[in-house]
Ligand binder design. Structure first.
Ligand code: SF4
Length: 297
């Protein structure tokens, strides 16, 4: 059963660190586009991350939420996978990235120099699938990556504040996908009563460079900007990203195309959140339908 599930993810481009393990790498669309000179992820525009030097990975496939907008399949969560030690994951990263990008070596649109650069990634985005704070050695994994001179982005749903307190990534992302508990429970469908944990995590973001990500799902969580503003005011986060939901992957089984806002609607919503908080609009990427706000600009 386990292998069958892993096969499903492999077909989606996941490279597992070891067969049956919970850790995996998958180059994102922007990494591949960057190689061919076809543009870079908005994280390059906002934060200077070179997409072709970025590894998108996860140390676990498990998650304690079932967000309607998640593009991942919940069928591929594998509680019976075995968990790898941080050093086993880190040692495998360059080899897995190389394997995943090997087809680009002969692509006439990929300059050789750029391809060779991509084989030595410098940034790790812990964001591929699942909730990384469910991985028991997450702080050690991040510290070891830092020792190896990787910069790290940690993307979390914020449900485990006690774990986040021990993590020191280059930039911490926490999702805030609802202005109140009722919306959170219907949209993110947590495994237990976790709303208070999310609020605690967000209130502790001033400890480090950090960003709150709001995935705006039209008709579901795009209301009560004053409530978002009140939560954000106390967050201490460096940045806020308001990002439009994209009708992609398995989320299409749970939502409709109409839940995907236009960029102008994301702009309007970000503007109203800005009016109720001390964050001001800094930059935007219409292609990714995302607006970046910064505290006190
Ligand atoms: S928290 Fe992240 S991985 Fe988990 S269901 Fe939500 S979007 Fe998917």
């Amino acid at each position: 059963m386990r292998l069958k599930r892993c096969e499903g993810l492999k077909r989606q481009g996941y490279q597992f660190v070891k067969p049956g393990s919970s850790a995996a790498v998958k180059p994102c669309l922007w990494c591949k586009r960057s190689l061919t000179g076809g543009g870079q992820c908005y994280k390059h525009q906002f934060y200077g991350i070179e997409s072709h030097l970025c590894v998108q990975m996860t140390p676990t496939l498990m998650c304690n939420q079932r967000c309607l907008f998640c593009w991942r399949s919940f069928e591929y969560e594998e509680p019976d996978t075995f968990i790898l030690q941080p050093h086993e994951i880190i040692e495998a990263l360059p080899g897995l990235q190389k394997k995943a990008l090997s087809g680009y070596k002969v692509n006439p649109h990929v300059p050789e120099e750029r391809f060779l650069e991509a084989l030595t990634p410098r940034h790790v985005a812990i964001s591929l699938s699942g909730e990384p704070t469910l991985y028991p050695w997450l702080p050690e994994l991040i510290d070891r990556l830092t020792e190896k001179n990787y910069s790290t982005f940690l993307v979390s749903n914020g449900t485990k504040p006690e774990m986040l307190r021990r993590c020191r990534p280059t930039q911490l992302y926490i999702s805030l996908d609802a202005p109140d508990k009722e919306t959170y429970e219907s949209l993110c469908r947590p495994s237990s009563d976790l709303w208070a944990n999310v609020l605690t995590s967000i209130s502790e973001m001033s400890r480090q460079r950090s960003a709150v990500r709001i995935t705006m799902v039209k008709g579901i969580n795009d209301h009560s900007p004053e409530k978002y503003g009140a939560i954000l005011k106390d967050s201490g986060a460096t940045f806020i990203e308001v990002k439009g939901y994209m009708y992609l992957g398995y989320s299409r089984k749970r939502l409709e195309r109409g839940n995907m806002p236009e960029h102008t609607e994301v702009q309007e919503f970000a503007k109203s959140i800005s009016e109720y908080s001390d964050y001001k609009i800094l930059d935007e990427s219409p292609l990714s339908r995302v607006i970046c706000l910064e505290r006190g600009v």
